[in-house]
Design a protein around this ligand. Structure first.
Ligand code: FAD
Length: 567
């Protein structure tokens, strides 16, 4: 059997190596149009910031090592320009010589990935100082430019994980960075309340962050942008990095008449076969099945690409595999914050019409007297009324991936809040708390699901303050003195039983503390004493400060707290 693979990085290289492990006799030819195969795309931004010092270390396997270790024929600088399905062959262009030739196949695997978007309506978008980061060659070119003695300022357009990682690494390299984002938040995989923590992190590290802004012009040393409110902005930028998304590289498939999905990625079946059973598509070029939304999706992530490649290879070689679809788990380090998410966020659940609620907790990530203990913002989405877990987001200085990986496993097993509540996880004060953050989120979620407690979100607090709502802060007096919601009444939890009479009956009251735990206890006391109209402010004072800080700082808006306190 002869297998031809187009694309030699995450999906292509994984498929090639797996096929060889299953079939020693197969003839495997892999074409890559770029200079390198099998490199770590995900590590590229770290070459800019200096964590990766030698660009050669980004490359895991070369054509020579593929030949030696796996007996795979790898041809770089070789672009597959057409698929001739009737003849079961592909047409290749040698990019160095211009020579064109054919290669026949029994099975063809398309692992062509995705192209960075280059918006044509930006004046100057093709200037030599405009970069994208997809492969080692791009990144080396960008770093060489950044290393020029007079190049000090950059604009980054787009704030998904690639945009943020590039912005951070340029700051680490000593550059002044302006970050332009067309929507109202960075990292669209997170909800707005969580993304505020990353906004704060950006401005705390000197990044000029412009939200709701579209880049319109790239000049020599400056960029211009239009904000949604009509204001025109300009910023100093000697170079621009575009990170405004990726388009599936499906042109070969399209030209060959293979069906594409709505996303533009190649439509595939359970076995990753395209409209032609002898042609497979995997990775960012292929559409995947989102098991939570029960419809096609396209998570452009390395893990799913490798899983799909292995599954396609298994099918080619007659092995059984399971296609469980994808849920979209990803993570990011952004300066001192780690961020991870899995499954659906609120926007996705709402758009899909799934009834849901969200538990938002802010506990310490290890016992608080231990060195290095920090709060972690953790949000858990669940379906109502089943309690099925839909997604989670975590941001903090500690190990967010451990928590999100637990939730990813639970989602994959169709678990509910009850399952998560009962989940027995390892514990030592050095690593976590006896009741882990994920268990705590499940408990809070169950309280909401059973209507034992009612909540409002930090995003609702401003309108509560403006409407003169009765807000009770149950932190101790010394905490209150360091900063509180304007107009809030301070009834510390330690005095709450004696002073409960001060709480008005017949009007809604909104309680908070630092993280919502003490206010939860106070609400239980109130409910037990006949008060029915008490709401917990989820996220509490800490969450509110994280939520409000960025907008107040950047717009000069009147804060609704007397002082911010992030401790
Ligand atoms: P790719 O790995 O992009 O490989 C496709 C290859 O096909 C390309 O090298 C291309 O040159 C080649 N090709 C295309 N057309 C042809 C043709 N006609 N002929 C020959 N060759 C062709 N994912 C994560 O999960 N975590 C991360 O932290 C993360 N960080 C990232 C950081 C950056 C800067 C980038 C760019 C991506 C990152 N990703 C991350 C995404 C991840 O790398 C991709 O999802 C994954 O590589 C997709 O694999 P793929 O095989 O589909 O495509």
């Amino acid at each position: 059997m002869k297998i031809v693979i187009v694309g030699g990085v995450a999906g292509g290289a994984s498929a090639a190596a797996r096929i060889r492990r299953l079939d020693e006799q197969a003839e495997i030819v892999m074409f890559e149009k770029g200079e390198h195969t099998s490199f770590s795309n995900c590590s590229l931004p770290y070459y800019l910031g200096g964590d990766v010092t030698d660009s050669r270390s980004l490359i895991m396997m070369t054509p020579a090592s593929f030949r030696k270790r796996f007996n795979i024929d790898v041809r770089t600088g070789s672009e597959v320009i057409r698929i001739l399905r009737d003849e079961k062959c592909v047409l290749i262009k040698n990019l160095a010589t211009g020579e064109k030739y054919r290669e026949n196949y029994d099975k063809l695997v398309l692992a062509t990935g995705a192209e960075p978007v280059r918006p044509a309506d930006i004046a100057g978008v093709n200037n030599p100082n405009v970069f994208t980061v997809r492969n080692v060659t791009d990144t080396v070119r960008l770093k060489a430019y950044a290393d020029l003695p007079d190049v000090n300022s950059f604009a980054v357009y787009g704030a998904g994980f690639i945009g943020l990682e590039i912005a951070e690494n340029l700051v680490k390299a000593g550059k002044k960075v302006s970050l332009f984002v067309h929507s109202g938040q960075v990292m669209s995989t997170f909800d707005e309340d969580m993304a505020q923590i990353l906004h704060k992190e950006a401005i705390d590290h000197g990044i000029s962050l412009y939200l709701n802004t579209v880049l319109t012009e790239i000049g020599g040393g400056f960029v211009r942008a239009a904000r949604k409110d009509g204001k025109v902005l300009s910023a100093e930028a000697q170079a621009v990095v575009l990170a405004v998304g990726m388009t599936p590289d499906s042109v070969l498939a399209k030209d060959a008449g293979l069906p594409l999905g709505d996303s533009g990625a190649v439509r595939v079946n359970y076995n990753y076969q395209t409209g032609d059973p002898d042609i497979y598509a995997v990775g960012s070029a292929a559409e995947t099945y989102n098991r939570l939304l029960a419809r096609p999706g396209k998570p452009a992530l390395a893990g799913p690409a490798q899983r799909q490649a292995r599954a396609a290879a298994d099918h080619i070689c007659g092995q059984y595999h399971m296609n469980t679809g994808s849920i979209g788990s990803s993570c990011l380090q952004f300066f001192t914050q780690n961020a991870a998410c899995t499954g659906l966020n609120e926007k996705a659940a709402r758009a899909a019409g799934i009834p849901y609620d969200a538990a938002y907790v802010l506990p310490p990530d290890k016992v608080s007297i231990m060195p290095g203990s920090n709060y972690m913002a953790f949000k858990l989405l669940f379906e109502k009324p089943t309690g099925r877990i839909l997604g989670a987001q975590a941001i903090g200085k500690g190990d967010v991936t451990k928590r999100i990986d637990v939730i990813a496993a639970m989602i994959t097993m169709n678990a509910t809040l009850e399952n998560l509540k009962e989940l027995e996880l390892c514990y030592s004060p050095v690593f976590g708390t006896a009741k882990d953050i994920v268990n705590m989120a499940a408990l809070t979620g169950l309280n909401l699901l059973h209507d034992r407690i009612r909540q409002v979100r930090v995003s609702d607090v401003r309108s509560l303050v403006e409407s003169g709502a009765y807000i009770i802060d149950v932190r101790e007096e010394n905490e209150f003195a360091k900063g509180h919601i304007k107009g809030a009444h301070n009834i510390p939890l330690s005095q709450f039983r004696e002073r409960m009479d001060e709480v008005p009956k017949g009007v809604p009251v909104y309680l908070h503390c630092r993280t919502s735990q003490r206010s939860y206890y106070a609400i239980c006391e109130l409910i037990g004493n006949g008060y029915r109209n008490a709401y917990n402010i989820s996220g509490s004072f800490l969450g509110l400060c994280l939520y409000e800080y960025f907008t107040d700082e950047t717009t000069g808006r009147e804060p609704i707290v007397t002082a911010y306190n992030f401790n």
